[in-house]
Design a protein around this ligand. Structure first.
Ligand SMILES: [Zn+2]
Length: 79
């Protein structure tokens, strides 16, 4: 099992995160995703089985999502 960050060799902490991704041009988030988060750079690593399940959730549309409000910013708006 992976225990070091692939980018900075920092330690990976087992955490439950809110995972943002994109589907059909919309931002979707999945709550309570088990992930390995680098304690140094914050890089998020997903186990293959977790990544696969995420794809099933987002692409398979078998679960009914709840709709939440998301604040969207445009980076190009910064002067
Ligand atoms: Zn790292």
């Amino acid at each position: 099992m992976q225990s070091q960050c692939a980018f900075c060799q920092g330690d990976l902490d087992e955490k439950t995160i809110t995972y943002p991704t994109e589907f059909d041009g919309r931002v979707v988030i999945v709550d309570n995703v088990p992930a390995l988060v680098c304690s140094q750079c914050g890089e998020v690593a997903l186990r293959p089985d977790v990544a696969e399940k995420l794809q099933q959730i987002v692409w398979g549309k078998t679960l009914r999502p709840k709709t939440v409000a998301v604040d969207a910013y445009n980076f190009a708006d910064v002067a």
